[in-house]
Design a protein around this ligand. Structure first.
Ligand SMILES: [Zn+2]
Length: 112
């Protein structure tokens, strides 16, 4: 007799959706649902870095509510500038304040 035989611990894990063993499950991964940008406020400001260079910071957005990676890509493309995502803070190279504020408003965010 196996350890745990006849108890819930004996069962191989099964998918809740299709009932297949997890190894056989073909269900798509659940897609993450993000919140409406209109319910979110972003703070956008400039920060001065070494040698007098500026970066434009977008923060106060949550990765649970916004696809920050997709937003970073869009801002980089719009500004034609490099950028990074650190924790939940987007940094875009250069003084892009007005362009970023405008882009965020076009998407629907509230911007401060
Ligand atoms: Zn499944």
């Amino acid at each position: 007799m196996r350890l745990f035989e006849g108890t819930p611990f004996d069962r191989p894990p099964k998918c809740d959706e299709c009932g297949q063993l997890e190894a056989d499950c073909q269900c798509p991964l659940p897609t993450k649902v993000y919140k409406d940008p209109a319910s979110q406020s972003a703070r956008v400001y400039l920060e001065k870095r070494k040698r007098g260079k500026f970066v434009t910071i977008v923060n106060q957005l949550s990765s649970d509510e916004t696809d920050l990676k997709a937003l970073l890509s869009k801002l980089k493309e719009t500004c034609g500038a490099g950028g990074t995502l650190k924790d939940e803070v987007i940094e875009i190279q250069g003084d892009q304040l007005e362009r970023i504020q405008q882009t965020l408003r076009e998407i629907g965010y509230r911007v401060r």
